[in-house]
Design a protein around this ligand. Structure first.
Ligand code: BDR
Ligand code: CA
Length: 349
């Protein structure tokens, strides 16, 4: 059973990624880092603990991360994820406390407890992973796999014309992480798999797909549409579907305001699925670096595919579905997501 450590900035889609991990029987979720990003680190930490309690897993340790990026002030995204990070959903205060050690230490402890076995997943800014790498430079050799949701490759940004949110919030941290994985002399494991907007924006959740999830969870599905009053609350019988519908409605409304349609990109749950099963995708080795000085391009992920820099690849960029796949990647992903999370939520109700 793979040991998984998840670093989240929960966040509507991070919450769904967490549920996917919890719903996956093959996973031993050994810990969670709470990273500042979509909302403050304290709020992320509260959201993670509240979600775990709702899902019946309060024993999973949750650690609080740095309140600030490495060298710039924190920028948050309440416009995208709601005032507390979970859209319109309101969760009861968690009872479990965070760990006494911080999120960077949690990374190190998890990797040291499972040398060569740990699968790391980052769906937020890389602040705490960068701090962990500063404290323990052997981390790249200790991890079995690292999957990152971040960046944008041959594709536009979602925060500036060229930057993706997770990298934009802490570009220095992302640069340090990618650099650390380029210096893995004795590393024989996999290259970090990077799920950028180029792939995650193809994972489009619609109200119809959300309704399939509710049905799989054994609850009557809400019919959500852009004609509804803003902030209409879910009446679902299943409390977790209620949370998901209330969270997701805010996310749908955000994407709609942006002119993208009444839908939502499921960046983080997709990265979680890749972390558990890299055979789901095709990835291309590359040397990734982060632009830190450009006046228009700071935070941009630059990928050298052709070897111009003469540097070893430090990552593999996810570029599509499995080579032999006969169905679109999003379809394969959503079938798997609904099957797992639907059964899980049905059991919890
Ligand atoms: C990323 O930004 C966040 O708002 C989402 O949770 C996701 O991790 C997409 O750019
Ligand atoms: Ca996120």
């Amino acid at each position: 059973m793979p040991a998984v450590f998840a670093d989240l900035d929960t966040g509507v889609d991070d919450a769904m990624a967490l549920m996917y991990l919890l719903a996956s029987a093959e996973v031993d979720l050994v810990g969670i880092a709470s990273t500042a990003g979509n909302v403050s680190a304290h709020q992320v930490c509260r959201n993670n603990r509240a979600l775990l309690e709702l899902c019946g897993r309060p024993e999973i340790p949750v650690s609080l991360g740095s309140e600030q990026p490495l060298s710039i002030p924190l920028r948050t995204a309440e416009d995208t994820h709601g005032p507390a990070g979970l859209g319109y959903a309101e969760l009861a205060d968690p009872t479990a406390a965070p760990t006494a050690h911080d999120a960077a230490q949690a990374w190190i402890r998890a990797a040291r407890a499972h040398p060569g076995e740990l699968v790391g997943l980052v769906t937020g800014p890389m602040t705490n992973l960068a701090l962990a790498l500063r404290a323990d430079p052997e981390l790249p050799q200790l991890l079995r796999r690292l999957v990152i949701m971040g960046g944008s490759f041959d594709y536009r940004g979602n925060t500036s014309p060229v930057t993706e949110w997770n990298i934009h919030v802490d570009p220095e941290a992302a640069a340090e992480v990618f650099a650390a994985f380029g210096e893995r002399a004795e590393h024989t494991g996999e290259l970090p798999l990077v799920c950028g907007l180029n792939i995650t924006e193809s994972i489009v959740l619609t109200p119809q797909i959300l309704a399939r999830l509710a049905a799989a969870a054994g609850t009557e599905a809400a019919t959500m549409s852009p004609d509804d009053d803003l902030g209409t609350r879910s009446a679902a019988g299943n409390p977790l579907i209620r949370v998901l519908e209330d969270a997701m409605r805010f996310y749908f409304e955000f994407h709609h305001r942006q002119g993208e349609g009444y839908l939502a990109h499921l960046h983080d749950p997709f990265a979680a699925a890749v972390a558990l099963d890299p055979a789901l995708v095709t990835a291309r080795p590359a040397t990734i670096d982060v632009e830190l000085h450009g006046t228009l391009t700071r935070g941009m992920t630059v990928a050298d595919i052709a070897g111009h820099w003469g540097r070893e690849p430090n990552a593999a960029i996810v570029v599509g579905g499995a080579p032999q796949a006969t169905r679109p990647l999003a379809e394969v992903f959503f079938d798997r997501f609904i099957e797992r999370v639907g059964v899980f939520l049905r059991r919890l109700s």
